[in-house]
Design a protein around this ligand. Structure first.
Ligand SMILES: Cc1cc2nc3c(=O)[nH]c(=O)nc-3n(C[C@H](O)[C@H](O)[C@H](O)COP(=O)(O)OP(=O)(O)OC[C@H]3O[C@@H](n4cnc5c(N)ncnc54)[C@H](O)[C@@H]3O)c2cc1C
Length: 378
C-alpha cells in the first residue's frame, strides 16, 4: 500500500497524479486535520472576497476519498515512522506501506515575545487556522500584523480592503525584503500606505500584553501599538519532525533528490516539508511539478522532477507584484528601472536574465520575461 502523510496541496496532488497512472493499487492518506480540500493561497485574500471558511473548503475528505479511490484517515496524527518495518504509527494503529510520502507541510514560526497575551496571537497557515481567525475579524477595528513579508503584506492588503486599521511591524527596512530589491519594496510600501496601512519597520516587537478589551504591542524602540487583534506572519519552517525521528536526512527541510526520494529509498517528500536538491520552494507551482513526477514514480516509472521558471504572484492588489527570485548565491546584479507606478527590476549576469521583480504596471511584462529565464531545475 502507498501511504501519503498530509492532505494539503502536496498530498492530494500526489494522490491525483498517482491515480492517473494506477487506478486500483491501495492508497491511504493520513492527516491530522479534517482533510478538507482547499486552496491555501485563498486564505490571504478571502476577506476581500467575503469568503467564509466553509466556502473555502472545496471538497470534504469523504468526497476526496471517493474521487481518489483511497482511504483517508482524518484527525489522525502520525506519531512515528518505522522505516525498517515499512510502517507508520497513527492514532494507536500501525499501517504498513510499500512506499511512503511525507507531505507534512510547514509550521508557522513563533516570534520570541514577552507578555501575558502571547497565546492570543493568531497565525493563518491552514483552513483550520482561518476557522479560528475569521470570526474575530468582524469584531476587530485595529489589527497589528507581525511580519512584513509575503503573507503579512497579503493579509495587510486584505484587511485594509475591508476597512480595518492595519499596522505592520518588523525588523526589515522595506516590506518583502527577502524577495524584493529595496526600491520595489518602497513602491509596495507607498501604495499600501495609501490604503491606510501603517508600517513600523526597522523595529522588533518585544512584548504583547492584554490592555482593556484588546492588546498592546511593545516595540524595541519603546513605541507601542494598540490593537484588537494580533496576527503573526513571521515565516514558516518545514515540518521535519517525523523525518528526524525516523533518522532521515534533514537540513532546512527533509532532504530529497530529484526523484523526491529521501535518504530512505522507499520514503519520498514534496511540498513545504521538502528540500529538493538543496532548494526549499514553498509555493504552488513547484508542488504541482513535483506531484506530477512523483505520481509516475509511485506508479512504477521513476521520473525526476524538473522545475521551469516559476514566477510567484503576490496578492497585494494595491500594488501588484510578480517575482522570480534568482537562485541562492547566483552571481549578477539588479538592474532597476523605476517607473511612475512601479518598478521593473531585472537580476542579470551580463546579458543573461536570472530573475526579476516586477511591480505595478510592470507586471504586464511577466510572460515575455519569463520566457527568458533559465529553468529553476532543468
Ligand atoms: C496565506 C498563504 C497564502 C499563500 N499564497 C500563495 C500564493 O499566492 N502562491 C503560491 O505559490 N503559494 C502560496 N502559498 C504557499 C502554498 O500555499 C503552500 O506552499 C502549499 O499550500 C503547501 O502545501 P503542502 O501540502 O506542502 O502543506 P500543507 O498544506 O501545510 O499540508 C500539510 C498536511 O500535512 C498534515 N500533517 C502534518 N504533520 C502531520 C502528522 N504528523 N500526521 C498527520 N498529518 C500531518 C497536515 O494536517 C496537512 O494536511 C501561500 C501560503 C499561505 C499560508
Amino acid at each position: 500500500m502507498i501511504i501519503i502523510i498530509g492532505t494539503g496541496l502536496a498530498g492530494y496532488s500526489t494522490a491525483k497524479e498517482f491515480r492517473k497512472h494506477d487506478k486500483e493499487s491501495p492508497l491511504m492518506l493520513i492527516t491530522s486535520d479534517d482533510g478538507a480540500n482547499y486552496s491555501k493561497p485563498m486564505l490571504s485574500n478571502a476577506l476581500t472576497k467575503d469568503k467564509s471558511p466553509e466556502s473555502l473548503a472545496m471538497q470534504s475528505a469523504e468526497k476526496m476519498a471517493e474521487t481518489l479511490n483511497a482511504t483517508i484517515k482524518t484527525e489522525t496524527q502520525v506519531t512515528a515512522i518505522n522505516p525498517a518495518q515499512h510502517s507508520v504509527t497513527a492514532g494507536g494503529e500501525t499501517y504498513e506501506y510499500s512506499k511512503l510520502v511525507l507531505a507534512t507541510g510547514a509550521n508557522p514560526i513563533t516570534p520570541p515575545l514577552e507578555g501575558d497575551a502571547t497565546d492570543d496571537i493568531y497565525t493563518v497557515n491552514s483552513l483550520h487556522h482561518y476557522r479560528s481567525f475569521h470570526p474575530v475579524v468582524g469584531d476587530t477595528e485595529t489589527i497589528a500584523i507581525i511580519g512584513p513579508g509575503l503573507i503579512g503584506c497579503e493579509f495587510a492588503n486584505d484587511l485594509a480592503n475591508i476597512g480595518k486599521t492595519v499596522h505592520v511591524v518588523g525588523p526589515d527596512k522595506t516590506p518583502l525584503s527577502l524577495l524584493l530589491p529595496e526600491t520595489a519594496g518602497q513602491a509596495l510600501q507607498a501604495d499600501l500606505e495609501k490604503q491606510g496601512i501603517t508600517f513600523h519597520l526597522g523595529v522588533l516587537p518585544k512584548a504583547v500584553n492584554k490592555k482593556g478589551n484588546g492588546y498592546e504591542l511593545t516595540l524595541d524602540n519603546g513605541d507601542t501599538i494598540e490593537a484588537d487583534t494580533v496576527l503573526s506572519a513571521v515565516g514558516l519552517r518545514p515540518n521535519t519532525e517525523l523525518a528526524e525521528m525516523a533518522d532521515l536526512h534533514v537540513e532546512r527541510g527533509v532532504i530529497a533528490n530529484r526523484l523526491l526520494q529521501t535518504s530512505d529509498p522507499d520514503i519520498y517528500t514534496l511540498g513545504d516539508s521538502a528540500q529538493v536538491e538543496g532548494r526549499v520552494l514553498p509555493y504552488i507551482m513547484p508542488i504541482m511539478h513535483a506531484a506530477r513526477a512523483l505520481g509516475q514514480t509511485l506508479a512504477g516509472t521513476d521520473t525526476e522532477v524538473k522545475y521551469p521558471a516559476m514566477p510567484v504572484v503576490i496578492k497585494t492588489p494595491a500594488h501588484p507584484i510578480v517575482i522570480s527570485a534568482p537562485a541562492p548565491g547566483a552571481e549578477g546584479e539588479w538592474d532597476i528601472e523605476q517607473r511612475e507606478d512601479g518598478v521593473k527590476a531585472l537580476f542579470k549576469n551580463g546579458d543573461d536574465l536570472l530573475g526579476f521583480a516586477l511591480t505595478g504596471s510592470a507586471v504586464s511584462e511577466k510572460q515575455a520575461l519569463s520566457k527568458e529565464l533559465p529553468p529553476v531545475m532543468g
